[in-house]
Design a protein around this ligand. Sequence first.
Ligand code: ZN
Ligand code: ZN
Length: 103
Amino acid sequence: MGTKFGFRCTDCGYAATVSGGLDKGMVAVVRTMTCPDCMEIVDVLVGKYGEEGPTGDPTYDRDLNTCPNCHRRNVRPWMTNRPCPRCGKKMSLAHDVPKVNWD
Ligand SMILES: [Zn+2]
Ligand SMILES: [Zn+2]
């Protein structure tokens, strides 16, 4: 089971509920990435059954490394210093946002 956490930028107030890195559900493997087109932090599908990378299934692989909001492929892994996609300041864990178990 994967877990998503709330993160918030204390500078501009942008908030997102994401895994925060590589995360694995029952089927889906996701990685938290920044989308420069949406200016959002999103969990992007990167693999299946615990493995990162193409699965060989064209239907599934079509969605890999694609922003779930705009369906473009400009997503970049969210760096460990957790920059805000709006203002570039460091985002921190928002403990007042409930974490979400998925899958
Ligand atoms: Zn910000
Ligand atoms: Zn996007």
